[in-house]
Design a protein around this ligand. Structure first.
Ligand SMILES: C=CC1=C(C)c2cc3[nH]c(cc4nc(cc5[nH]c(cc1n2)c(C)c5CCC(=O)O)C(CCC(=O)O)=C4C)c(C)c3C=C
Ligand SMILES: [Fe+2]
Ligand SMILES: [Fe+2]
Length: 344
C-alpha cells in the first residue's frame, strides 16, 4: 500500500469581492452541520435572508486583510503544506472544505500518486460538528463516491496533546516576551450552544456552564467547549501563567440563538472597564491566521478595546507555518506511517 496525507482547512472566497464571497458563503452556510436547521428553513434563512447582506459586509472585511498572494488562510495553508513536504517522504495534498481547492481534488492528487491509504488531517485542534466533523464526513463521502479502494484514517483532535501544547505554549511565550500585560485572553471561535447538546452522545452530560467538565465522560470527545477550556488550562499550566490573569471567551457569533459565552467583544469592554488595560489575545481554535483573527481580533478587537479605555493590545499569531509546528506534524505523520500511532 502507498500512504499519503490530506490536510484540510476551512477555505476562503476566491477574492474579497461580494461576487466571489457569495458562492463561498452559500456553500459554507448551506452545510447542515454549520446551520443545523431543516433544509427548507436553512434555504430560506441563508438564501432568503443572510446572503442578501452578508457578502457585501464580509467582502469589506476580507479586503482589509487580503494579501497580494491571496487569502491569508489559503496562503498560510499552502506554505505549511510546502514545508511539510520537505519533512516527510509521503505525498501530501491540501484540500479546502469550502470554496476552491476541494477535498475531492486533494484526494485525486493523492490517487494520481498511487496513494491508497490516506491520513486525513482536519486542521482544527478541537472537535466541533461545524469544523472537524464536517471535514471528516465530506472526505468520507468523496472517498466512497470516487475512490472506493482508498482507506482513510482520521487524525484525532489534538487540543490536549502534550507535544501540541508545548509548540503552542512556546509560540505564546515568544509573543508575550516583549509585551507587558494585565491579562491574557484565549478567544476561540464560538458555536451555538445547541451544537454542544447535539454533539453530546449521552444527551445529558453537557451542561454548558462548566459544571460537567470535571466529571469524566465520553461526551468530552465531542464537546467543543470542554476541549477549548482544556487547551487554556494546559497552556496556563505549561507557561505557569497566574490563574487570575488568564480567561477564555468565544468570538465570531452570528445573530440568532445563544452562542457559547462569554462573548469576546463583551470581554474586551469588561477588561478595559476593570482597569486591565494591557491585553494579549491568543486564538487557538485556528492553526492559521484568517479573517477571524486578523480582522475581527487584531483590527476590530484592538479598536473596540481601546475605545472602551484599553491602552495596549496584542494579538499573538496562530501557529501558521512555524517550523516547530511543521516538525510536529511531520513527527505525527511518521508515527502513523511506521506504527499506525496517532497523537491522542
Ligand atoms: C453558523 C455559523 C458558523 C459556525 C457554527 C462556525 C463555526 C466555526 N468556524 C470556524 C473557523 C472559521 N470560520 C471562519 C469564517 C466564518 N465563519 C462563519 C460562520 C460560522 N462558523 C462565517 C459566516 C464566516 C465567513 C466570514 C464572515 O462572514 O464572517 C474562518 C475564516 C475563513 C477565512 O477565509 O479566513 C475560519 C477559519 C471554526 C473552527 C468553527 C467551529 C469551531
Ligand atoms: Fe466560522
Ligand atoms: Fe463539560
Amino acid at each position: 500500500m502507498q500512504k499519503g496525507v490530506l490536510l484540510v482547512n476551512l477555505g476562503s472566497p476566491d477574492s474579497p469581492t461580494p461576487k466571489d464571497v457569495k458562492p463561498y458563503l452559500d456553500e459554507f452556510l448551506m452545510d447542515g452541520r454549520v446551520i443545523d436547521v431543516p433544509p427548507l428553513l436553512r434555504n430560506l434563512l441563508v438564501r432568503g435572508i443572510i446572503l442578501n447582506t452578508r457578502p457585501k459586509k464580509s467582502a469589506k472585511a476580507y479586503s482589509k486583510i487580503w494579501w497580494d498572494e491571496g487569502s491569508p488562510l489559503i496562503v498560510i495553508s499552502e506554505r505549511f503544506t510546502k514545508k511539510l513536504r520537505e519533512h516527510t517522504k509521503l505525498p501530501v495534498a491540501l484540500g479546502m472544505r469550502y470554496g476552491s481547492g476541494s477535498i475531492k481534488e486533494g484526494l485525486q492528487e493523492l490517487a494520481d500518486k498511487n496513494v491508497d491509504e490516506v491520513l486525513l488531517v482536519p486542521m482544527y485542534p478541537h472537535y466541533a460538528m461545524s469544523s472537524y466533523e464536517t471535514v471528516v464526513v465530506k472526505a468520507m463521502e468523496e472517498q466512497q463516491k470516487h475512490f472506493p479502494d482508498m482507506k482513510v484514517t482520521t487524525m484525532p483532535a489534538f487540543y490536549s496533546s502534550p507535544e501540541y501544547i508545548k509548540v503552542l505554549g512556546d509560540s505564546i511565550a515568544e509573543g508575550l516576551k516583549d509585551f507587558e500585560y494585565d491579562h491574557v485572553l484565549f478567544s476561540y471561535h464560538g458555536i451555538p450552544e445547541r451544537h454542544i447538546r447535539k454533539s453530546d452522545p449521552t444527551k445529558f452530560h453537557c451542561k454548558i456552564d462548566g459544571t460537567c467538565c470535571s466529571i469524566n465522560s465520553v461526551a468530552h470527545h465531542t464537546c467543543y467547549r470542554h476541549q477549548c477550556y482544556d487547551t487554556t488550562e494546559l497552556i496556563k499550566a505549561y507557561l505557569g501563567l497566574p490563574e487570575e490573569k488568564v480567561s477564555t471567551s468565544f468570538q465570531s457569533r452570528l445573530a440568532g440563538d445563544p452562542w457559547l459565552k462569554p462573548y469576546t467583544d463583551y470581554e474586551f469592554e469588561r477588561f478595559a472597564k476593570e482597569g486591565k488595560t494591557r491585553l494579549a489575545v491568543i486564538t487557538p481554535a485556528f492553526v492559521s491566521d484568517c479573517l477571524e483573527t486578523l480582522e475581527e481580533i487584531a483590527m476590530e478587537g484592538d479598536e473596540e478595546f481601546k475605545e472602551a479605555g484599553g491602552e495596549s493590545f496584542k494579538h499573538i499569531s496562530c501557529l501558521n507555518d512555524r517550523d516547530e509546528w511543521v516538525s510536529l506534524m511531520a513527527k505525527w505523520i511518521l508515527e502513523w506511517e511506521e506504527q499506525a500511532k496517532l497523537p491522542v
